[in-house]
Design a protein around this ligand. Structure first.
Ligand code: NAP
Length: 245
C-alpha cells in the first residue's frame, strides 16, 4: 500500500515523545523514512523500537550546534536529502515577571528559538526541491499564558521567523509553515500542569477538551504532504478554538 509520503525522507526533532512521536508514527504509516532525535538515549531507543525499520534515531540536542551538524551528516550519508523537516523539539522551563531566572530564560530561548532556527538553517543544504518545513509553534504565540511568558514569547518569535523565511519560498524552493497546537495531552503537558490540564481545557478550549497528539499529527501530515502544495507562510492553529476564545 502506498502512502502520501512514500519515498519521502523526514527529520523530526524531539521525535521520541508526545507530538513529535505521534507525527513520526503518522509519517511512517504514510510510507516515509523518518529520522527522529532527542537527548535521552533510552527514550530514543524505545521510540525507534516502536516505530520500526523505517525509523532511525539520532541523539542530538537542538541547542548544541555540533549535535545538529552530526545529525545532518548522518542524514546526508544515509538518505542524501530531506523532504520534510519538522522542527518540533521544545521545552517549558518558565515563570512569570518577578520570578524569572537567568537560567530559565536562557534555557527556553536556547532550545525553542536558537535550536529551531539552527535546525532549519543547517538543513538548508539538504532540503530537496519542494521540501516542506514545519515549525511547531503554540497557540501561546498569539494567546500568551502569564505563567509561561518566555515560552509564549519564544513561540511568537518562531511565528515571526517563519513569516520571513516564507518570503524566500520561491528561491529556496521550499514551503515553510508553523503548526501551532493548543493544549495537547503529552508527557510535557502532564508534567507542567500536574494533571489539571483536562479541567483547564474544559473551561477554556471551545471544543471543551485537550487535543490528542494524533490529532496534531493529522494537521502535520497535511502541511508535510502535497495536499498543502500552495500553503507557505501560514500558521495553522490546531487548538480546538483556544486562540479565538
Ligand atoms: P514532550 O512530550 O516533552 O516531547 C518533547 C520532545 O522533544 C521529546 O522527544 C524530547 O526528548 C525532545 N527534546 C526536548 N528538548 C530537546 C532538545 N534540547 N533537543 C532535542 N530534543 C529535545 O513535549 P510535547 O508536548 O510533545 O511538545 C512538542 C512540541 O509541541 C514543543 O515544541 C511544544 O512547545 C509544542 N507544543 C506542545 C503543546 C502541548 O500542550 N503539549 C501545545 C503547544 C505546543 P528528550 O527530552 O529526550 O530530549
Amino acid at each position: 500500500m502506498s502512502g502520501v509520503l512514500q519515498e519521502k525522507v523526514a527529520v523530526i526533532t524531539g521525535g521520541t515523545s508526545g507530538i513529535g512521536l505521534a507525527i513520526a508514527h503518522r509519517f511512517v504509516r504514510e510510507g516515509a523514512r523518518v529520522f527522529v532525535t532527542g537527548r535521552d538515549a533510552h527514550r530514543l531507543e524505545e521510540a525507534v523500537a516502536e516505530l520500526g525499520p523505517a525509523a532511525t534515531g539520532v541523539r542530538a540536542d537542538v541547542s548544541v550546534l555540533a549535535d545538529l551538524d552530526a545529525l545532518y551528516e548522518r542524514v546526508r550519508d544515509e538518505a542524501g536529502r530531506v523532504d520534510v523537516l519538522v522542527a518540533n523539539a521544545g521545552i517549558v522551563a518558565d515563570a512569570s515577571l518577578g520570578a524569572h531566572t537567568e537560567e530559565n530564560v536562557d534555557l527556553t530561548l536556547a532550545v525553542n528559538v536558537k535550536g529551531t532556527l539552527f535546525t532549519v538553517q543547517k538543513a538548508l543544504p539538504l532540503l530537496a526541491e519542494g521540501a516542506s518545513v514545519l515549525v511547531i509553534g503554540s497557540s501561546n504565540s498569539v494567546r500568551p499564558n502569564e505563567d509561561l511568558e518566555i515560552y509564549s514569547a519564544s513561540k511568537a518569535a518562531l511565528s515571526n521567523l517563519v513569516h520571513n523565511w516564507s518570503r524566500r519560498s520561491r528561491e529556496r524552493r521550499f514551503r515553510v509553515n508553523v503548526l501551532s497546537p493548543g493544549p495537547t495531552r503529552t508527557p510535557a503537558l502532564v508534567r507542567a500542569t500536574g494533571g489539571e490540564a483536562d479541567q483547564f481545557a474544559e473551561a477554556f478550549v471551545p471544543l471543551g477538551r485537550l487535543a490528542e497528539a494524533d490529532e496534531i499529527a493529522e494537521a502535520a501530515l497535511f502541511l508535510a504532504s502535497d495536499a498543502s502544495s500552495f500553503v507557505t507562510g501560514a500558521e495553522l492553529f490546531a487548538d480546538g478554538g483556544y486562540t479565538r476564545a
